[in-house]
Design a protein around this ligand. Sequence first.
Ligand code: PLP
Ligand code: CA
Length: 304
Amino acid sequence: VSSKGCQKIKGSQIRDLLNAKRFVLFDCDGVIWNGETAVPGAPEVVSLLKQQGKGVFFVTNNCTRPRETYVQKFSRLGFADVAQEEIFSSAYCSAVYLRDVAKVQGKVFVIGGNGVYKELRDAGVPFVEEETDVSGESIYDCPLDSEVKAVLVGYDEKFNFLKLAKACCYLRNADCLFLATDPDPWHPLRGGRVTPGSGSLTAALETATERKATVIGKPSRFMFECIANQFGVDPALALMIGDRLETDILFGANCGLDTMLTLTGVSQMDEAEGYKDSDALEKKNFVPDYVVDSIADFLEAQEE
Ligand code: PLP
Ligand code: CA
């Protein structure tokens, strides 16, 4: 007997589902765009939902850009009128967490890039400035800042052994917070290439410190709490749409939202069915309620 989930829907079924929702949360990469290319029809879908008066939000684990740069990306890719307030990135939400939840009294040591630094600066959270030349430093005598009270790990293309070693030293202090922007293992690039995700860097530091990071991004609930706090979103009236079962669909399940997998990204139908057929109870939260080939199917659903 197959349980609920993985329902492939189109046409009037999509229309009925959307009519029952007031808020739509979109994952970004693999759902509305792939890298620098918009998913065909996605800009029209976002405009349509907004015209219908729905609250539309974007939840991305990509911490490499500050929100203002996302606004530019949206407009460059043909998404009209996406406001900064509608964008919830793991970098932005990490800064919010440090400022409003952890209320950290001291500096943050960052493994990450511009997106993280800019969001911390905008939130007024003090951090250790990124060293540009560390060629003279060694693990034996590199300077450590006694004011560091948190380590934040995100995607960092300049990740190196010295950063790992410094973070390790800071985290020897049990009072030093250990945060990760997101747990993503890897991401697809063009031409079949992949890039290691933030999760792989966090894993290195978790092994070295024998500690577990607090994850801010999906599938943790915190990004939804940020949205709900700012916009008063009722989970029962919200739909989470994503392309990755282990992050987006689990996130939706963790937050009590209906979930939809779109097949324009990482996860495919067979994986979703595999989780559905699994006996392990914890795998059930990876099973999307609904599946569509692409969010472009929303357009036809409205025309019928
Ligand atoms: N982090 C990085 C560095 C990425 O390149 C990507 C996707 O391209 C992501 C995270 C995942 O982003 P999203 O949550 O929008 O799928
Ligand atoms: Ca994605």
